[in-house]
Design a protein around this ligand. Sequence first.
Ligand code: SF4
Length: 93
Amino acid sequence: MTEKYKIIHDRDICIGCSACASVCPKHWFMDNDGKSSIHNHTKTGNGEEEILGTNESPLTEDFEDNMDAAESCPVNCIHIHEVKEDGSDTELI
Ligand code: SF4
């Protein structure tokens, strides 16, 4: 059981199938451009990638729900990283 994690969404790849929003509506919703977005996300880079939780301030709740959302994605554009005590992280999916 992972206790601290962050979510990275590669919106470039998202095909807008809405599976993640169906599986985990608490964290995922369908946005105006037809792709999904993360509630309370931070946009990075060119704005196409979104992050919820960081290494400095990782998420601590709803891990299984977000793993279910990531596993439901047909194009694997939802990535979940475990954040370790030393601040490093490991990609789980
Ligand atoms: S499941 Fe994947 S492809 Fe479908 S809307 Fe969510 S992020 Fe996009």
